[in-house]
Design a protein around this ligand. Structure first.
Ligand SMILES: Cc1cc2nc3c(=O)[nH]c(=O)nc-3n(C[C@H](O)[C@H](O)[C@H](O)COP(=O)(O)OP(=O)(O)OC[C@H]3O[C@@H](n4cnc5c(N)ncnc54)[C@H](O)[C@@H]3O)c2cc1C
Length: 558
């Protein structure tokens, strides 16, 4: 039996990512690569985070009465106004969030952090917040990279964060229908441990798996590394229980299909905490696979690789698609070959002999029964070869799987060494993919270089659909004096290029506050009005996660 990752990790590094014991150092080869690629004179540790005791956090705005009421609902031990707890909930894990924290700025911290244990508590807390005019941020794992959990007090008397970690139980599992009802605060490893004990998996493995929660998955329409095979949580979710400021609602249906009016469930999926708090959800689950088959092919160019992905998806036998399906552009491939400890000389010669000077690497994992996964792999290999693919054996894919959760640790080390690093993503149809890829890439590069230094951008596809694919960019440059302004400039240029290309402003990171200004270009003024109408119904006082998803109304619209 194959096992998926289930181990729990301790609370994460306060200024960055993950388990402090797994923090990463860059090796000499990687430092050289950075120095040469970014033309930096040095990559010394020039920008360490301040000491935790030096982080600035303001006084809590909540009065004694409001705090006493919160404590009466959840118990005093589950309501915290401690500076440390408020700092840990002062933002998510976007690069600007980390830049602020590393510089000792947690001034936007919530006034209190509440850890509810039951849906009924959430209901009472929301009623209290409506009465007292307090804003509420639902907080799952806090892994948002788009400002989704940043507390905004705005016009309200205060802002509290509801950390859902205590709501972490498997409530029901139906092995016959293959569904499970899970509480919203369950983190990735806990979800897998609970389901695997019954022989099932959710199959959802975002890179933030260790920390992100079920509620966050549903609220952000996230996508995992194996979503090509298992589907995204938005495809898996059947129903959701939501506590709103006007009362509880259950959206969705236990029926396998329904024509009972519009699918209201979709109003909550992707609502990013702006309508209410998801307390539990019922999702489809899959039996644990008995076997995994791994494969890797190299293509003569990124474009040749994208063509192979499209053919695999469109011309292949239905059901042959790998669960994991990734394609790196030539820059990402060069970095992988260089930094992955490969015998690069030998490999380059092998690929050159087959006409590949600037190769693009693809990785695949098929899950299922042994004989069946091998047969799917064999059939897919024919399509790869027809698109110019050269087989590289299973090793690149097993190596990727081994290290797939470790890359985010590098961001902390890079920022410490004065290197700016950020990621963003979009998706486009096959007919527009190559153009979108190139336009966004050059917008990012130009915006980095506008600051005076050299830039580096690498891209991959990690989610493939019959009509198109995602594009995920990782980019680096020298960290400028005002890193926040640098980041805003680069993200804005990339977002404008995405809008101009007619692609989506986000394939899976969600909208949050960062993408909110660009949402109107995608869904139109009337679309924004529909969102505002739904919000006015479920959250008439606007206390739920202000400043996220829905752009603020201009004076004429208000
Ligand atoms: C290193 C790293 C890697 C990542 N990799 C991926 C990836 O591979 N795929 C991907 O899709 N995303 C990825 N992300 C983004 C992020 O992990 C996802 O958006 C994830 O789904 C967020 O889950 P969370 O529990 O941490 O939510 P949070 O960050 O806590 O919240 C995100 C949003 O959801 C809302 N929310 C959270 N819980 C609830 C609830 N119970 N009810 C209502 N609203 C709620 C919040 O208010 C907020 O608006 C990554 C982030 C990081 C830092």
């Amino acid at each position: 039996m194959v096992t998926h990752i289930t181990e729990e990790i301790p609370r994460s590094v306060w200024y960055g990512w993950g388990d402090p014991a797994r923090a990463k150092q860059l090796g000499a080869g990687a430092l050289d690569y950075l120095r040469n690629t970014l033309k930096l004179s040095g990559v010394e540790p020039v920008n360490p985070p301040v000491d935790f005791s030096a982080v600035r956090v303001g006084d809590s705005h909540l009065g004694d009465e409001a705090l006493a009421e919160l404590r009466a609902i959840s118990g005093a031990e589950h309501v915290s106004t401690e500076a440390a707890e408020r700092i840990l909930h002062s933002g998510g894990k976007s690069t600007p969030d980390l830049m602020r924290l590393r510089a000792g700025d947690a001034l936007a911290a919530p006034d209190a952090v509440v850890f509810p244990g039951r849906a009924a508590e959430v209901r009472e807390i929301l009623a209290l917040c409506v009465r007292r005019g307090i804003a509420v941020v639902a907080f799952g794992g806090g892994t948002s990279v788009v400002g989704g959990v940043d507390p905004v007090r705005g016009r309200f008397a205060g802002v509290i964060t509801l950390d859902m970690r205590r709501m972490d139980k498997l409530l029901h599992l139906d092995p016959v229908s293959r569904t499970a009802t899970l509480e919203a605060g369950m983190r990735g490893p806990a979800i897998e441990a609970a389901l695997q004990a019954h022989g099932f998996t959710l199959g959802h493995f975002p890179q933030s798996h260790q920390e992100a929660t079920l509620g966050g998955y549903v609220a952000t329409r996230s996508a995992g590394q194996a979503s090509t095979g298992y589907g995204r949580p938005e495809d898996l979710v059947k129903s959701v229980r939501l506590e709103t400021p006007v009362g509880p609602v259950e959206l969705g249906s236990s029926a396998p299909g329904s024509a009972a009016g519009p699918k209201l469930l979709d109003v909550v999926v992707g609502s990013e905490g702006t309508l209410g708090v998801i307390t539990s959800a019922t999702l489809k689950i899959s039996p644990m696979p008995k076997h995994k088959s791994y494969g890797a092919w190299s293509f003569p160019s990124f474009e040749a690789g994208t063509q192979a992905m499209r053919r695999l998806e469109q011309d292949g036998v239905r059901g042959d698609m790998p669960h994991v399906c990734r394609l790196s552009d030539t820059d990402e491939t060069a970095a992988t070959f260089k930094l992955g400890g490969w015998k690069t000389g030998l490999l380059a010669r092998y690929l050159r002999l087959r006409g590949q000077r600037t190769p693009a690497l693809s990785l695949f994992v098929w899950e299922g029964d042994a004989g069946e996964t091998r047969a799917r792999k064999r059939r897919s290999a024919r399509i790869m070869r027809r698109s110019g693919g050269v087989p590289l054996g299973p090793m690149p894919a097993t190596a990727w799987e081994h290290g797939r959760f470790s890359a985010p640790y590098l961001r902390d080390e890079l920022l410490t060494r004065g290197v700016y690093v950020e990621t963003l993503e979009t998706a486009a149809t096959w007919s527009e993919l190559d153009k979108t890829y190139a336009a966004v890439r050059s917008a990012i590069l130009d915006a980095i270089e506008e600051g005076g230094g050299a830039g580096y951008v690498q891209t991959h596809i990690s989610h493939v659909y019959p009509d198109g694919a995602s594009l995920y960019y990782t980019f680096l440059g020298g960290l400028e004096r005002d890193g926040l302004a640098q980041n805003a400039r680069i993200k804005d240029a990339a977002s404008r290029a995405i809008v101009a290309a007619g692609a989506t402003i986000t394939h899976h990171h969600a909208v949050g506050s960062e993408h909110s200004p660009y949402l109107g270009a995608e869904i139109g003024e009337l679309g924004i009005k529909v969102l505002r109408g739904i919000k006015d119904t479920l959250d008439p006082r606007g206390i739920m996660n202000p400043g996220k998803l829905i752009p603020a109304a201009t004076e004429e619209q208000a």
